[in-house]
Design a protein around this ligand. Structure first.
Ligand code: NOJ
Length: 754
């Protein structure tokens, strides 16, 4: 294979840094791959590009799980490269044996799965983990998921999902790292490191598949699979960097997205798959389609029939056909007719075979299918402990009036009320098909365990998750009446977020707010545990309760993690990775927006003449969010000094060091995420009002103060400029440091003209 990789010269003419370095010239395939390619028929090559779901369950439309007989035959005939969404050491061993011993070329199988946040030990959903701002914990979460999956025969996960989304209506927020490109990029890399470890061929690491390329999170109106139309600048600045970060971290594969981007479906999009992915970024791994996304190009109105979809898909660079069955059916003939070049086919097959080599499958097809390791690894004490630790780090304290939390020792009767209070299955969350519904620790169980024998803990369901029945209200009110403290467990169920789970109303579902109102009227101190896979509009709830914990969906150890925070064993330190709006009408709302020519920061009810009409504002709600990006309280308090800069002029050779004194002014030890933001005041293209540029998660003892320093380089201020180049521009900047994106201390600096 000798495919030239041309590096597009995105050369900045003035100072700044360059987007592109020179990449490897060829796909350097292993000799094993080259040898196999020389032996394969066109049918066998097409078979290596065919990826089918297993016989367990299905994760897409028109899908019935494949029948075991079908899989059997397809494997023997070399008509599938692998099977996904199956697991089990023994089962996968049987399948590998069939492939290796009974197909003509004996090529082992790729066994893929949607291991989004764990196989059997379920970690918090990715959005929750992002709220920990703890890259080590996040990497460990993926590591545990990889260990369990690898032991169960899986060698490829369809994760991490790195789609940035600024629209809380989109259900797949749950699977990503939130709204911010900088945080999202660091998390993307951490997850890849977690899944892949240092060596893909080890028995306890699996290949990552970064998805969905690209801009899937920007679906219009937050409706899943919907159209995306955006400027190239927005694409490059906001949506692409997490993919680049994952690839730089070594991600072995990438998945195309369902959406069209500026009129071209992602699976047929040469600009994305060739110009950016291969040529600019030099990606040498495998490109996988999403479920039937190649055939869906017909519905998009881009391909007139299956043949055209096949040609457009493979030529654009979509290499593995997931469930459309087009490549297997049409590619051999299309190559014979000269409509698809064999070199294109070989390159795609080369990438898949190379991945199998890298995974060590040719050396040992049973590497990932060891029943003894599986028995030891699945839900080991170590894995469960990791899930617990990560879960409590993911919890965000949004409100804590009258120091309602942590639970005081004077509290002797607790009423847990709400549809998620005594609920295990929903704790697993979206994308947890492999997990057992009855494994997670419920909130009730966790609270009982931490409350101890001297405290009476009762439970009342109050209402169902979705419907409007009020039949259980009276019992819930009675339970609240008897209690010293009410803990409301409310929010979204697992299926209310994830794929195909967009919501137009992001307040509490069903009759839950009415339940809150009824319980609040009883007048007892009330804490709300809010489960969700997205930012919710919690304005009404906020007005009614004393304390709120965002508990997302926390996985196997949910109840224990929540109780650990409620009872003060762990001092919460999570920070929001998404902006919580006041109302759904503000969506999309995100912290790093532009300023507009008529900015408005006042109160919506202001009647001052200068505020009244000609301002970028709503008449019925403030512009500001209910809880800003980066926000989260602690049981202690932190104070920030004015930032001190070692110099106020920033050049290529001389970064700025900014130092701020952070003090724990409360009476408990605690952790704080110190966040650094900048604003480029004037640009050749306008810049956001704030951009996250760094953060440090620190631990301070009660009363302790510490100087925290960040280094800011000129290249940190680079952006896609008006002339299409990437780099910084001279001028004046603002720097902001604080414990969230709203409450910050400021300083100024500048980049001088060259
Ligand atoms: C469709 C989803 O978009 C993708 O994320 C997932 O990996 C595949 N289905 C396989 O389940």
């Amino acid at each position: 294979m000798n495919i030239k990789c041309v590096c597009i010269a995105l050369v900045a003419l003035t100072g700044g840094f360059y987007a592109c370095d020179s990449k490897k010239e060829t796909d350097a395939f292993d000799p094993k791959v080259t040898e196999l390619l020389s032996q394969m028929t066109l049918e066998e090559k097409a078979g290596q590009l065919n990826f089918v779901v297993g016989d367990l369950f299905t994760t897409g439309p028109d899908g019935k799980p494949k029948a075991p007989d079908y899989l059997d035959e397809a494997i023997k005939k070399g008509e599938v490269t692998g099977i996904f969404n199956i697991y089990g050491a023994e089962y996968t061993q049987t399948l590998q044996k069939k492939a290796v011993e009974e197909s003509r070329l004996g090529i082992p199988l790729l066994i893929g799965a949607d291991i989004i946040h764990g196989l059997k030990t379920i970690m918090p959903i990715p959005l929750a983990e992002a709220a920990s701002w703890d890259l080590e914990a996040i990497e460990l979460g993926s590591r545990v998921a990889a260990r369990e999956s690898a032991a169960a025969g899986i060698n490829l996960t369809f994760a991490p999902m790195v789609d940035i989304s600024r629209d809380a209506r989109w259900g797949r927020n749950a699977e990503g790292a939130g709204e911010d490109t900088y945080l999202g990029s660091l998390i993307a890399a951490a997850r890849v490191r977690g899944f892949q470890g240092s060596d893909l061929s080890l028995a306890n690491t699996i290949a990552a598949c970064v998805k969905h390329f690209a801009a899937y999170g920007a679906a219009e109106a937050g409706r899943d699979y919907n159209t995306v139309d955006m400027s190239d600048i927005a694409l490059r600045e906001t949506y692409l960097p997490p993919f680049k970060a994952a690839i730089d971290a070594g991600a072995a594969s990438i998945m195309t997205s369902f959406n069209e981007l500026n009129g071209v479906p992602a699976s047929g999009n040469e600009y994305l798959l060739q110009d950016i992915l291969r040529k600019e970024w030099g990606f040498e791994g495998l490109v996988i389609s999403d479920w039937q996304s190649i055939s869906e190009m017909m519905f998009h109105g881009y391909s007139k029939d299956s043949i055209e979809a096949t040609i457009q898909g493979i030529n654009a660079g979509t290499e593995l056909d997931m469930m459309a069955d087009l490549y297997l059916s049409f590619l051999p003939q299309l190559v014979r007719e000269g409509k698809v070049s064999e070199a294109v086919l070989d390159r795609a097959v080369g990438h898949i075979l190379q991945l199998k080599v890298d995974l060590g499958l040719f050396d040992n097809p049973y590497l990932y299918s060891d029943p003894a390791v599986e028995a030891k690894e699945i839900r080991s004490a170590e894995n469960l402990e990791a899930a617990f630790e990560i879960a409590r780090r993911s919890i965000v304290l949004l409100k804590n009036e009258k120091q309602t939390l942590p639970v005081k020792s004077t509290v002797k009767r607790i009423a847990v009320i709400g549809p998620l209070g005594d609920n295990q299955a929903d704790m697993n969350g979206t994308w947890s098909f492999f997990a057992e519904a009855l494994h997670p620790i419920s909130f009730l169980e966790g609270i009982k365990a931490y409350a101890g024998p001297g405290v009476e803990v009762t439970y009342a369901q109050g209402c169902n998750l979705y419907d409007n029945s009020t039949e259980h209200f009276a019992a819930a009110r009675a339970a609240a009446q008897r209690a010293d403290l009410v803990i409301l467990a409310i929010g979204e169920s697992a299926v209310m977020n994830g794929e195909g789970a967009s919501r137009s109303d992001i307040t509490l579902p069903g009759i839950q707010q009415e339940l809150v109102n009824q319980i609040a009227a009883v007048g007892k101190p009330t804490v709300a545990l809010v489960s969700s896979g997205r930012a919710l509009a919690l304005t009404e709830l906020e007005a009614k309760v004393d304390a709120i914990l965002a508990t997302w969906t926390l996985g196997s150890q949910a109840g224990k993690a929540v109780a650990s925070v409620l009872f003060g064993e762990y001092n919460p330190a999570g920070k929001l990775p998404v902006t919580f709006p006041r109302s759904v009408g503000q969506v999309p709302i995100y912290y790093n927006h532009k300023n507009t020519g008529r900015p408005f920061e006042g109160d919506f009810s202001s009647q001052k003449l200068e505020d009244r009409v000609y301002r970028s504002r709503y008449r019925d709600v403030d512009n500001s969010p209910l809880y800003p990006f980066g926000y989260g309280l602690s049981y202690t308090t932190f104070e920030y000094s004015q930032p001190v800069l070692n110099q106020t002029s920033l050049t290529d050779d001389s970064p700025i060091t900014v130092t701020v004194k952070v003090s724990n002014t409360g009476d408990r030890d605690g952790e704080e995420v110190v966040q650094l933001y900048t604003r480029d005041l004037i640009g050749s293209l306008t810049r956001p009002v704030k951009e996250l540029k760094g953060f440090q998660k620190i631990h301070l003892k009660a009363g302790e103060s510490r100087d925290i320093s960040f280094e800011l380089k000129a290249s940190d201020l680079a952006f896609w400029r008006a002339d299409g180049t990437y780099g910084y521009e001279p001028g004046d900047f603002k720097l902001m440091i604080g414990g969230n994106s709203r409450d910050t201390q400021e300083a100024v600096f500048s980049i001088p003209n060259p």
